[in-house]
Design a protein around this ligand. Structure first.
Ligand SMILES: C[S@@+](CC[C@H](N)C(=O)[O-])C[C@H]1O[C@@H](n2cnc3c(N)ncnc32)[C@H](O)[C@@H]1O
Length: 249
């Protein structure tokens, strides 16, 4: 009888054509940067529409010649859009922070034509923000422990001018078991539709288990309210992916 091995182990596992995880644990290093955007487009519903929405929101909250931040900028795909979306966002200064050197190096190359983007290698858990108008967290604070996440939202709140806003797009837990199971099933089908195979989907799910730390919409709203935000609304949702806008009033 063939031996049944645990899936997580020390071998490299392929979770997309050009992306491997070692030791069964997802990481943004180890050469992920070059294939990152192609992979995230296949694995995250509304990735491009979410960027469009982030840029539209930015143009409502960023003051002319104001300042905005992207937390977890990866290869700069979103910040390039933010920095050039329309006259108002293009007049602002944009700062992108990421803790992975390979991501910041690729972002620096890909954003080299945008004079209003600054990229910083750093940990958002310790980052000190200047006074600003708008902050985007697109799929990033979901990787933080709850206490770090709460503490970061408080620092973002303190840095925003009154009337400024934080937009979060994140993987979310559903409010009950029935919806969680349904969302999980349809999320797998979404990834199949995007061209990933069953093995890749399964290995990726296992590699991010415990690395992504999703919370429910209700928990996220409670965290934002305790950080000081009074106006907190769900503005977009596709199954287990949700976008929440928090405005400082
Ligand atoms: C899913 S990606 C973000 C995608 C990107 N915002 C976009 O829209 O294309 C998450 C990013 O957050 C970064 N990251 C994770 N934890 C971080 C931390 N504590 N400080 C700074 N960056 C972090 C990772 O290196 C990764 O590049």
């Amino acid at each position: 009888m063939s031996e049944i091995l645990p899936r997580s182990g020390s071998t490299l596992q392929v979770v997309d054509t050009d992306i491997q995880v070692s030791d069964g644990v997802w990481s943004f290093g180890n050469g992920v940067a070059d294939a990152f955007v192609a992979h995230v487009r296949k694995s995250v519903p509304l990735y491009d529409m979410g960027h469009f929405l982030a840029a539209e929101l930015a143009s409502c909250f960023v003051m002319p010649h104001g300042k905005g931040y992207e937390l977890g900028v990866s290869t700069g795909e979103l910040i390039r859009r933010l920095a050039s979306h329309n006259a108002r966002t293009a007049s602002a200064q944009w700062v992108g922070v990421d803790c992975e050197q390979e991501m910041i190096e690729k972002a620096s190359k890909d954003c080299s034509s945008c004079q209003n983007i600054e990229l910083i290698l750093g940990d958002i858990r310790e980052f000190r923000f200047d006074s600003c108008d708008f902050v985007v967290d697109f799929l990033t604070t979901q990787f933080l422990d709850r206490r770090d996440r709460e503490e970061l939202y408080s620092r973002v709140y303190a840095s925003l001018r009154p009337g400024g806003a934080l937009f979060i797009y994140t993987k979310a837990l559903q409010p009950n078991g029935f919806l969680q199971e349904l969302a999980g099933l349809l999320y797998s089908r979404f990834k199949r539709y995007q061209g990933l195979n069953h093995e890749q989907i399964s290995l990726k799910s296992e590699s991010v288990y415990g690395v992504i730390k999703p919370v429910t919409e209700r928990e996220l709203k409670a965290m934002l309210k305790s950080a000081g935000f009074r106006q907190v609304s769900l503005v977009v949702k596709y199954l287990n992916f949700e976008g929440v806008l928090a405005v400082k009033r």
